[in-house]
Design a protein around this ligand. Sequence first.
Ligand SMILES: *Cc1c(COP(=O)(O)O)cnc(C)c1O
Length: 393
Amino acid sequence: MDSKKFGFLTREVHAGEFEDELGSAVTPIYQTSTFKFKSADHGAACFSGEDDGYIYTRLGNPTINALEQAVANLESGYKGIATSSGMSAITTVYLAFLGKGKHIVSHNAIYGPARGVMENVFARFGVEFSYVDTTNLDEVKKAMRPETAMIYTETPANPTITISDIKALAEIAHKAGIPLVVDNTFCSPYLQRPIELGADIVVHSMTKFINGHADVVAGMIVSSEKKYHDMLRPVMTNMGCNMDPHQAFLVHRGLKTLALRVEKAQESAIKIAEYLESHPKVDWVKFPGLKSHPQYELAKQQMDGPGTMISFELKGGLDAGKRLMDNVKLILLAVSLGGVESLIQHPASMTHSKLSHEKKLQAGITDGLVRFAIGIEDANDIIADLEQALAKV
Ligand SMILES: *Cc1c(COP(=O)(O)O)cnc(C)c1O
């Protein structure tokens, strides 16, 4: 079932499933911290790697392993490493490749904490960074140094929905002999597979689309090849960034309907983006499925659909943004995305409120910007809720 000859939906349902002696249809929750060895020799063989038996859950567990195999399969990667959260996936990647005197070239509009932890924590350990607009390849090339150890991007990026060219960035990275890391959270492997486009490492907040039900926090790292996996895996296990078996079970259950959920929400997102673009109180809409998106063509090439994330600018700035947030009824006023429920948030007063005015502008966070994550409710109900809330702006 792990073979690529099966379609995405088939692999989504079956890939990675662990066959036990009882014939369980799905991988059970192995809620155990440790595993008994059959003998001293068996224990020794497990530790030396001669036997692939389980030892201790921080190092590996059948329920977690099933999910790692499933996501690696869907991402066309070599192997996956499940982590406690999306942020622990990202910090594991930073820790594996960066150190004193090393440098990272990264996107200026990535997920806030992925930049914050670099500027506030990794900087204390002597890591250097350049935050540039990775949609502009010249800026990326200019930022490269002999000590650059990684190019990092997120596409589409959060919350501006800018799109970076994965193939072109991979070429720049490979010319320098370093890996390209892509945060694929906003697309999920159903809509974009960065490794197929040349990326070396993919990170996910599985809290979002892969789990899809707003009830688990989780992360994943998928490597294109053994070399990278072998660098990453011990960092994750030694730092204790591991997932819990129950968490893995829930995420794996969510994964099985990924394509259905994304298809449905995407169909609504297209309608909602068009509705917003024609609304008199909306200045502009950023959605990769609209011709008005500056990277509409690139999105069509590297993504299998425009996704379910919409950003739009209200004409009335900060006040208009807050009024819209206060008046939605069906749509939840909450951060996060990729779940079955529609969520809306106002970056200037919420997720990005701690950034200085200058950094906000650099990251494209304007006062009236609204980030909207479309769920799987009826599109007409979502539009009706927007309509009544926009009437009060
Ligand atoms: C949510 C998110 C993260 C962080 O993931 P957690 O699971 O919350 O730790 C990283 N990148 C992107 C794009 C996200 O949306």
